[in-house]
Design a protein around this ligand. Structure first.
Ligand code: ZN
Length: 413
């Protein structure tokens, strides 16, 4: 597994960023792994920011209504179009692999397409067209929460996410895994949308399925206080504790967000080796709150990053947000970077583990780009987490590619 920026060696005569030995003579760094994306949400940019001037409570829940409206317009062709555009953006920005948390499965009224995985296949083909490795994470969804002792049925906007039972869902995952088997660059894991969207009785079968087939498993949890209140009312515990009871946590498990957490929640994640996917730009945009990064750091919980709603697609920005957030919380410059000296490499390594891939794609970077020009070789890992941007990328290098044997440039300039 490639990780860190240790491929760089030596310093150039001017004391700036060193050149690597290959014909291209430029440093290489790992392409970042994006562990959490909803490709179609890219089309909500701008429009989703039109908030009422008088209603002060626009938050995740009102954003969700706008998301349902965007979902209603999708079919496999338009899903391919939006995904191809945002994946091209990801490849150009420095991501090499994307985990697509996929829950728009069916036709708008909830009827499966003739090919029940048509939407997931469209997403996967879009990633291949963008030269991006993809791990499809088909997500189970069944209900619109729980109230007064019963599942709340899906709203019209949610019908196309839903399956009638967990067996039907897992059969479709089986079928998708068969389809992906002979397609390089396409892998399949499994997901449950959230403990709000699936009943607890689905969690154990999904955990067991993932264990049986050695698949990574993902779930949104503890993004919003209301979700935690609902889980406490239904189950008498936090979502993370509920997941623990159902065998969902473990080293191949990623909890997306995990913002509003108790010390006990963090201890459970640490003890089980689970990974937390932080999505700083989306969490900021939605007013979710912020990740208690320093508490996770101190507990030894692995962190990875995701572009989530794709309101921003920039792994340098996500990395910097995470680092500066940790520094603000600590009232110190000892955030995450100080622990290892290579936050980019750490997020890449944890991202690869989160998706169960090697994440071998690399980025050739331009040491003369204004954002990193004049930086000493040994300081490049620090620069990646504090001042670099996608403009430093010259090209994305696929695994096994010899230095200088260039694939198409992913970005100009
Ligand atoms: Zn998400």
């Amino acid at each position: 597994m490639t990780s860190g920026v240790g491929v760089i060696s030596g310093a150039d005569a001017a004391g700036g960023v060193p050149h690597r030995g290959g014909p291209a003579g430029r440093p290489e760094i790992p392409a970042m792994v994006n562990v959490h994306s909803h490709a179609f949400q890219r089309d909500m940019r701008g429009a989703a920011e039109r908030l009422s001037a008088v209603a002060a409570d626009d938050d995740f829940w009102s954003w969700r209504e706008a998301m349902f409206a965007a979902v209603a317009r999708l079919d496999p062709d338009s899903m391919y179009t939006v995904a191809a555009a945002v994946y091209a953006e990801m490849a150009a920005a420095g991501y090499g692999t994307v985990g697509e948390f996929h829950y728009v499965h069916h036709q708008p009224d909830g009827t499966p397409y003739a090919e029940p995985n048509a939407m997931a296949m469209a997403v996967a083909e879009a990633a291949r067209a963008a030269h991006l490795e993809i791990v499809l994470l088909p997500a189970a969804y069944h209900r619109n929460g729980w109230r007064a002792g019963a599942d709340v049925p899906p709203e019209p906007g949610q019908r196309r996410f839903c399956d009638p039972d967990v067996e039907t869902f897992l059969q479709r995952v089986d079928r998708l895994r068969d389809w992906a088997r002979d397609r390089p660059g396409i892998e399949v894991g499994v997901a449950a949308h959230s403990v709000r969207a699936v009943p607890a009785s689905w969690l154990t079968p999904i955990s067991e399925y993932a264990e049986r087939h050695r698949l990574v498993r993902h779930i949104h949890a503890q993004e919003q206080p209301r979700e935690i209140e609902q889980c406490a009312a239904e189950h008498g515990c936090s979502p993370i504790e509920l997941l623990h009871r159902h065998g969902f946590l473990g080293p191949r498990t990623t909890i997306v967000h995990a913002i509003h957490v108790s010390d006990a929640d963090i201890a459970r994640l640490a003890a089980t080796g689970s990974i937390v996917a932080a999505c700083p730009t989306t969490e900021a945009n939605l007013g979710d709150g912020f990740l208690p990064a320093q508490r996770y750091r101190d507990a030894g919980v692995r962190l990875a990053i995701g572009s989530d709603s794709n309101v921003r697609v920039d792994p340098f920005e996500e990395t910097r947000e995470l680092e500066t957030l940790a520094r603000r919380l600590c009232l110190s410059r000892h955030g995450l970077l100080a622990r290892t000296g290579d936050l980019w490499g750490e997020l890449h390594r944890n991202g690869a583990a989160s998706l169960g891939v090697a994440g071998e794609r690399r980025l050739e970077v331009d040491p003369t780009h204004p954002s990193i020009r004049g930086i000493a070789a040994s300081d490049l890992p620090y620069a990646l987490a504090t001042c670099a941007d996608p403009g430093i990328i010259v090209r994305s290098v696929p695994p096994g590619d010899a230095p200088g044997a260039a694939p198409p440039r992913t970005r100009s300039g």
